[in-house]
Design a protein around this ligand. Structure first.
Ligand code: COA
Length: 324
C-alpha cells in the first residue's frame, strides 16, 4: 500500500448469485465411479450449483443486480467494472456507461481483481468500482473424469469498492504472486491462440480442465499457508488479532492447513465449499457475502483473504472491514 495514498479502498456493498440446479454427491455416484463418502472426506464438498442455461454473464449480472438492489446502487453511478473469470461468455467484454475489463487469474482471480479495483479507488480517480468474481466451471468440466467433476460448481459474487479518508479501514496490504511452473499440473490447453478449437482439440478433450490433484494439493497447501503467514508477520498481526480468514474454497484440507499455520480456530475461517464446491473466482466474495448477511462481520474486523490457483497464481490480502 503506498504510504502517501490519499484514500483507502473499502468494500461498501455486496451481492451474489447461485443457480438453482444442485448436483449433490449422490448424483456423481450415478455418472462416475465414486462415492459420497470419498468426496466428502477428501474435499469437504456436499453439493454444488450448476447453471443450465446461459454463460458466466448470467452469474455475474445477477450478482451485480443483487448488490445494487440490496444496497440501492444505480448502474449509472458505477465508474468501472472488473470481472474476474476463466470462463467468459465470449472473448470480448462489453458494458454501458462504466468502463471495465475481464481479468483472468484462475482461482486467484478475485484477489487480483480486488487489488486492481482498490488501486483505482485509492488513486482518487474513481469513486465506485465493482469487482465481480464469476465462473461457470461446469462449461469446462469433464463429467466423465471423476478426478475433476466432483470439485467444481458455478457461482458469481460482487463487491463495490469506494474511497474513504480513514486509512485504518479497507485494504491495508497484499502479497500477490505468479509462477508459471504450474502449467503441467493444472491447465486447459485448448481454446486459446496456441490451440484454437479444431475437431482434434475437441476429440482430445483439450477444452476441459486437466489437474494432477496430488501435485497441485502439495503446492496449494504450502503456497496459501506461506503467503498468509507472511502477510501476518509483515503487518504484525497475531492470530488473536484476526477476525477471519477467507480462503479460496478448493479443498477443505487445504483450508484447514492454512488456518492451522496461521494459528486460527475453525470459527475464524469462512467456509461455503460444502454447499458450492470450487467456484473459482467466486469463492472468496461469496463467503464475504454470506458471512456479512448473517451478521457475522463487524466494522473494524481484521480479515485475511487468501487464494491459490492455476498458473500458479496465489496471494493474500489484509483488509479491515468498514461497514456494519
Ligand atoms: N472418487 C473416488 N476415487 C477417486 C476420485 C473420486 N471422485 N477421484 C480420484 N479418486 C482416486 C484416484 O484415482 C486415486 O486412486 P489410485 O490411488 O488408485 O490412483 C485415489 O482416489 C487417490 O487420489 P488422490 O489424487 O491421491 O486423492 P487426493 O487425496 O489428492 O484428493 C483431490 C484429490 C483432487 C481432491 C485433491 O488432490 C485436491 O484437492 N487437489 C488440489 C485442488 C486444488 O487446490 N486446485 C487448485 C485450485 S483449482
Amino acid at each position: 500500500m503506498p504510504k502517501d495514498k490519499k484514500y483507502s479502498a473499502i468494500i461498501t456493498a455486496l451481492g451474489m448469485y447461485v443457480p438453482d440446479k444442485v448436483y449433490d454427491n449422490k448424483y456423481f455416484e450415478s455418472i462416475v465411479d465414486t462415492n459420497e463418502e470419498w468426496i466428502l472426506t477428501r474435499t469437504g464438498i456436499r453439493e454444488r450449483r450448476i447453471l443450465e442455461k446461459g454463460g458466466t454473464s448470467v452469474l455475474a449480472t445477477n450478482a451485480a443486480l443483487d448488490l445494487m438492489q440490496r444496497h440501492n446502487v444505480k448502474a449509472e453511478e458505477i465508474d468501472c467494472i472488473i470481472v474476474a473469470t476463466v470462463t467468459p461468455d465470449m472473448f470480448f467484454p462489453g458494458a454501458v456507461n462504466a468502463w471495465g475489463f475481464d481479468l483472468e487469474a484462475a482461482c486467484s482471480g478475485f484477489l487480483f481483481a480486488f487489488q486492481n479495483g482498490c488501486a483505482l479507488v485509492e488513486s482518487g480517480q474513481y469513486k465506485k468500482v465493482m469487482v465481480i468474481g464469476a465462473d461457470k466451471m461446469s462449461s469446462i468440466t469433464d463429467y466423465t473424469d471423476r478426478n475433476i467433476c466432483i470439485l467444481f460448481g458455478d457461482a458469481g459474487a460482487a463487491v463495490l469498492i469506494e474511497p474513504t479518508e480513514d486509512k485504518s479501514l479497507g485494504l491495508q496490504d497484499s502479497i500477490l504472486r505468479v509462477d508459471g511452473s504450474g502449467e503441467d499440473s493444472l491447465h486447459m490447453r485448448g481454446g486459446g491462440s496456441l490451440n484454437p478449437p479444431t475437431h482434434e482439440t475437441v476429440d482430445k478433450k483439450m477444452h476441459y480442465i486437466y489437474q494432477d490433484g496430488k501435485a497441485v494439493f502439495k503446492v496449494a497447501v504450502k503456497g496459501m499457508a506461506d503467503v498468509s503467514y507472511e502477510l501476518m508477520q509483515k503487518n504484525n498481526l497475531k492470530s488473536d488479532d484476526i477476525a477471519y480468514l477467507v480462503p479460496h474454497q478448493a479443498n477443505m484440507r487445504i483450508i484447514d492447513a492454512t488456518a492451522q499455520r496461521m494459528g486460527l480456530s475453525k470459527d475464524k475461517v469462512m467456509i461455503n465449499i460444502d454447499r458450492y464446491g470450487n467456484t473459482t473466482a467466486a469463492t472468496i466474495p461469496s463467503c464475504l457475502v454470506e458471512y456479512y448477511r448473517n451478521g457475522k462481520i463487524k466494522k473494524g474486523d481484521k480479515i485475511i483473504l487468501s487464494a491459490f490457483g492455476a498458473g500458479y497464481t496465489w496471494g493474500a490480502s489484509y483488509i479491515v472491514w468498514a461497514i456494519d
